[in-house]
Design a protein around this ligand. Structure first.
Ligand code: HEC
Ligand code: HEC
Length: 337
């Protein structure tokens, strides 16, 4: 209970207006609260940034039209289901994985992308800009197809990312505090059985015994952790270390850092041993797809591996989830030649 109420305070503090408290004070208060919740404190060289809130936006000296567009980006980020059937073909909102509307440290806060891109990205082996990075999460995490580059919705989402990065210098040389989903070291062995037991006790109350989540009146209450309504086999979350980092730092919701490292890895291993929609990079053959994607990606997932409990070959299917196509044409090579 204590943890849960501290977490509520944390969200409140992160929601504090920077203008009201002064930037340094807000940052220090947020770090203290994060530390009390079991998150590491920043090392000396890390860049710490507490993103502004939507309340701060009301006060900001920005053109009213820009404020409108940023608000639209926020609305799309937190209720991405409004694009269902158009760009989104599962039960996710962007904020299903990027907690606190993309502002929470250790929950892959989204603002770093606005200050570190364009940059080379190993996953697709070329230089990506912010729109292409957003497109990546639409393609894989939302099992969908991105809004067109330059479209109103893409511009609004990009504007929201930029707003959260307000005041940070471009191309910072320091490591960024709380970026991504940092995972604890991998223990020697992982157990499917232990993971399953822990998931049923600590997670299924919200995500369902079969990972199906809960949807009420066309709104996602609890997102699906696997199955047709979840992210596809190409999503960053299928990497074991990413799922572990997410879970350890963020789940069960409201009790971050409450699982021990072994437990977080076991649960991620169990969750990642279940089926989900096909990877959009699928060539029609699992072995060939694996060869092409192993190095930058699938060496970290269980895709193409035999599940130890029943011999099922993971990912060997043509199931696209709720989507009528395999691969959006934004997934393509770029050469600049
Ligand atoms: C199923 C979970 C999931 C969903 C849903 C999701 N993302 Fe992500 N996102 C990730 C993961 C995993 C990463 C990679 C984090 C890392 O660096 O390890 C990521 C990274 C990002 C980044 C880069 C952050 C950085 O540090 O550079 C941006 C920007 C982003 N996502 C935007 C979005 C947007 C916009 C949406 C909705 C259209 C979305 N994401 C939906 C899981 C998700
Ligand atoms: C009290 C309800 C609750 C519990 C318990 C809970 N979660 Fe979640 N989980 C959520 C909600 C809600 C979200 C989406 C966040 C949002 O929309 O704000 C989420 C998001 C997720 C996601 C990212 C989106 C997806 O569905 O893939 C994963 C993975 C996840 N939870 C795994 C777990 C695991 C593993 C446990 C147990 C250790 C767990 N959760 C316990 C409510 C819960």
């Amino acid at each position: 209970m204590l943890r849960q109420s501290t977490y509520a305070v944390l969200c409140g503090i992160l929601l504090l207006s920077v203008n009201a408290a002064g930037a340094d004070e807000t940052t220090q208060e947020s770090i203290d609260t994060l530390a009390a919740l079991g998150y590491p404190t920043p090392t000396e060289n890390e860049l710490v940034h507490i993103p502004p809130t939507m309340e701060d936006l009301a006060e900001a000296k920005l053109h009213p039209q820009l404020k409108r567009v940023i608000r639209r980006g926020y609305d799309l980020f937190t209720n991405t289901q409004q694009l269902r059937g158009e760009n989104v073909f599962n039960n996710m909102n962007c904020s299903s994985c990027h907690l606190g509307a993309g502002r929470m440290p250790f929950s892959a806060p989204i603002w770093p992308a606005a200050v570190t891109l364009p940059d080379f990205r190993g996953k697709n082996a070329h230089v990506n800009n912010l729109e292409e990075r957003i497109a990546g999460c639409f393609t894989y995490s939302m099992n969908g197809i991105p809004p067109d580059y330059g479209s109103d919705n893409m511009l609004a989402l990009a504007a929201y990312h930029h707003w959260l990065a307000k005041g940070v210098a471009l191309y910072p040389q320091q490591a960024i505090y709380g970026r991504g989903f940092p995972a604890p070291d991998r223990p020697e062995e992982l157990s499917y059985a232990r993971g399953e037991a822990a998931f049923q006790v600590k997670c299924s109350v919200c995500h369902g015994a079969n990972g199906q989540g809960l949807r009420v009146d066309d709104q996602t209450v609890f997102p699906a952790t696997w199955g047709d309504s979840s992210y596809n086999w190409g999503a960053g979350m299928v990497r074991l270390f990413t799922a572990t980092g997410f879970i350890k730092n963020n789940m069960p919701l409201g009790q971050p850092n409450s699982l021990d490292d072994q437990e977080a890895w076991d649960i991620a291993y169990y969750m990642s041993s279940q089926e989900r929609p096909q990877d959009p990079r699928y060539t029609g053959d699992i072995k060939e797809t694996l060869e092409q994607t192993r190095e930058p990606f699938h060496k970290h997932s269980l895709y193409g591996q035999v599940r130890e409990t029943d011999g099922h070959l993971l990912g060997a299917h043509r199931n696209l989830g709720g989507k009528p196509f395999l691969k959006p044409d934004t997934v393509r090579a770029r050469t600049f030649e």
